[in-house]
Design a protein around this ligand. Structure first.
Ligand code: ACK
Length: 319
């Protein structure tokens, strides 16, 4: 399934700081496919003091059916990733191919895939026979988790939350608003480093993003702040709300938020002061943090700096 594409129809300014040779990249397999975009796993050959090294990476590109706007959006994503710069807890840009062919963004590869599926695969064995956690109802598309590897500890999941907050603190410092924070948009490396993905997307959230698959039944509305849903306002404070739902996902080991609540009922539910219940694996203190993220008044929500501080302390206290 190697992508066959027409020669690229835009002239993109060559940026020697980032340009990679296409010959140094071998596409291996497709990892993900959206309507116009796709991501491949690939091998990248780099030259380190005359020594050649091979590393695994991911390559993001458009599909044959893309239009001009899609190309411009991918260019915006490239510019945003270059502008933001590097951090351990985001998917970093490694380089780009902009000449003599389709636009390729070469990015870090995260072997364990998205955090939601990772958490489901690593639920403790004993929850297998008792899948419905107290805080959630049964959801028809809650597939049975596949037992895998080591069981997660409390400290592991607090560390996941801390790492995601670190990535988000960095992005906020760089004036980047994500707009679609959720466990499905955090990727996990082989060494269990959490990396925020897709922060550079140019998005019109209301037109339902075509780059990402939103798992069936998991509408992004359930991650959106009240004011984002009702007035289409996106700020760092709306990212903080979504981070609260992401925390809820981590501490329920990827439960489905608000099961059975329809999108049009959600605003009423939240306006009446109702919130998600404490997830099974969260301490009272962790749940307090989530609730703070879901303050109706955005100015009352914590910022990512204080969230990092609080989670750092909780991490030190957890076993
Ligand atoms: O676990 P998944 O199906 O595999 O969920 C995500 C999916 O695409 C949507 O983002 C895969 N994916 C995307 N980017 C990468 C990447 N840089 N490294 C590994 N997998 C990726 C992933």
């Amino acid at each position: 399934c190697m992508p066959m594409q027409e020669p690229f129809e835009f002239n993109i300014q060559l940026d020697l700081q980032w340009e990679l040779q296409r010959e140094d990249i071998t596409l291996v397999e497709r990892l993900d496919e959206g309507f116009f975009g796709q991501v491949f796993k690939a091998d990248l050959v780099t030259c380190n003091n005359t020594r050649k090294e091979k590393m695994v990476c991911a390559v993001k590109m458009l599909k044959g059916n893309r239009n001009e706007k899609d190309v411009l959006d991918l260019l915006t994503e490239m510019d945003q990733m270059k502008r933001v710069g590097k951090h351990k807890n985001i998917i970093n840009l490694l380089g780009v191919c902009t000449q003599n062919g389709p636009l390729w963004l070469v990015i870090e590869y995260a072997a364990q895939g998205n955090l939601r599926d990772y958490l489901r695969r690593n639920r403790p064995q004993n929850t297998l026979c008792n899948l419905v956690l107290p805080s959630e109802g049964r959801n028809p598309d809650d597939e049975l988790p596949v037992p895998h590897g080591d069981t997660l500890t409390q400290k592991d999941i607090v560390s996941f939350a801390f790492q995601v907050a670190r990535g988000l603190e960095f992005l906020a410092q760089k004036k980047c608003i994500h707009r679609d924070l959720a466990a499905r948009n955090v990727l996990v490396t082989e060494e269990l480093v959490m990396k925020i993905a897709d922060f550079g997307l140019a998005r019109d959230i209301r037109s339902c993003d075509y780059y990402r698959k939103h798992t069936r039944g998991h509408l992004p509305y359930k991650w959106m702040a009240l004011e984002a849903m009702s007035d289409n306002i996106f700020t760092h404070a709306t990212d903080v709300w979504s981070f609260g739902v992401l925390l809820w996902e981590i501490f329920s080991l990827a439960g489905s938020p608000y099961p059975g609540i329809k999108t049009h009922e959600l605003v009423k539910f939240l306006r009446s002061g109702e919130r998600l219940d404490k997830p099974q694996y969260a301490s009272q203190e962790m749940y307090r943090l989530m609730r703070d993220c879901w303050e109706e008044d955005p100015s009352k929500r914590p910022n990512f700096r204080t969230l990092v501080e609080d989670l750092d302390r909780m991490l030190a206290e957890s076993s």
